[in-house]
Design a protein around this ligand. Structure first.
Ligand code: KG4
Ligand code: ZN
Length: 343
């Protein structure tokens, strides 16, 4: 089985061709960094136009890398939501047009399901597993029982953790995207200099909160002498912030693991997915936690944590195997929670 996956829900224009034997034959990602840099964040209208300009070229390069043609495909998958709707429409319409002209099945993939199933592509993880999904717009714990079968266990009550990384980076002038910038700055920083709060730590359940932490970072910057932020201040704030995030997520994970383990004693696996899972400090912290409680910790390689086409192609394969294809009238959705996904 060979499937093309197209991803255009945020600021990455990406495509990949993946096989049912878990091989990634072609994988091309165009990150719209220059397009959005001047604005310090993703501008939806600019993103949609950029996707439109580049998507065909990205797909062409993917076929070239895989040394395949459309005739070799068994299906075409695209992100159909959730995300910035202009971009989602570009990718979904491109996939539909290709599927229609070649009479191939079209698979409308939920972007979050793409992140959720990536660990099965990279590490062949079996269902059920506990998923910590941490991206720019989402931050939640889910029990994953199969494609389309997700149970929400807890989530952020305010900001997503990726959003907190992005906003802190912006406050410190570290640039965009914020996550990798904070991680890079933190490497030279002292994580003990600022005692940032650990919101929700120790609280029952596995909900999370990051907006207070963000406010503390703002306050720390305002409290600096002369309110001027040196390179080493930024490094120390980044390191202290990252340590607080890792600490809080490890605590929330411990709670989620206990809850999951009770319901699924045979699962014993934590999967961490989404852009923030690319963070090395977080990966290390959660791997350590899992070792302590007898869980396997699976975090895909960083390039498959941030948005990519391979995760969409793979989710397409999982769905195609189950006969879960979609009609060409499937409408792209800006909002599409995983727990509401039809099987
Ligand atoms: O999954 P993703 O690429 O796009 C969404 O679906 O949102 O996640 C993007 C988020 C951004 O907030 C970005 O700052 C964050 O993931 N991120 C990171 C790192 N790389 C990306 N956060 C922390 N450390 C990183 N290395
Ligand atoms: Zn994503």
């Amino acid at each position: 089985m060979i499937v093309l996956g197209i991803e255009t829900s945020c600021d990455e224009t990406a495509a990949a061709i993946v096989t049912g034997e878990r091989r990634v034959l072609g994988n091309v990602i165009y990150s719209q960094l220059d397009e959005h840099k001047a604005f310090g964040g993703v501008v939806p209208e600019i993103a949609a136009r950029a996707h439109l300009d580049i998507v065909e070229d990205v797909i062409r390069r993917t076929f070239a890398e895989a040394d395949l043609t459309v005739g070799d495909l068994d299906g075409i998958a695209a992100t159909a939501g959730p995300g910035l709707i202009g971009g989602v429409i570009v990718g979904a319409m491109t996939a539909k047009a290709m599927a229609a002209t070649r009479n191939l099945p079209f698979i409308a993939v939920n972007h979050l399901e793409g992140h959720a199933l990536t660990a099965r592509l990279t590490d062949n993880v079996a269902f059920p597993y506990l998923l910590l999904l941490v991206s720019g717009g989402h931050c939640q714990f889910l029990s994953v029982d199969g494609p389309g079968r997700y149970t929400l266990m807890g989530g952020t009550v305010d900001d997503a953790v990726g959003e907190a990384f992005d906003k802190c980076a912006k406050m410190m002038g570290l640039g965009f995207p914020g996550g990798p910038a904070v991680e890079a700055a933190a490497r030279a920083g002292d994580a003990k200099r600022f005692a940032f709060p650990r919101p929700m730590k120790g609280r029952a359940g596995c909900d999370m909160s990051f907006s207070g932490l963000k406010t503390s970072v703002r306050q720390a910057i305002l409290d600096l002498p002369g309110q001027s932020l040196s390179g080493s201040d930024a490094a120390d704030i980044a390191a202290s912030f990252q340590a607080a995030v890792a600490d809080v997520l490890a605590d929330r994970c411990a709670h989620a693991i206990a809850e999951f383990d009770e319901k699924h004693p045979d699962g014993k696996t934590l999967v961490v997915a989404g852009g923030v899972a690319a963070n090395a400090a977080l990966r290390e912290k959660l791997t350590g936690l899992c070792a302590l409680v007898g869980f396997r910790c699976v975090v895909p390689p960083p390039a498959l944590c941030t948005d990519n086409g391979a995760m969409i192609a793979w989710a397409g394969i999982e769905r195609l195997r189950l006969g879960l294809t979609n009609g060409l009238d499937f409408a792209p959705r800006p909002r599409w929670p995983l727990a509401e996904l039809e099987k």
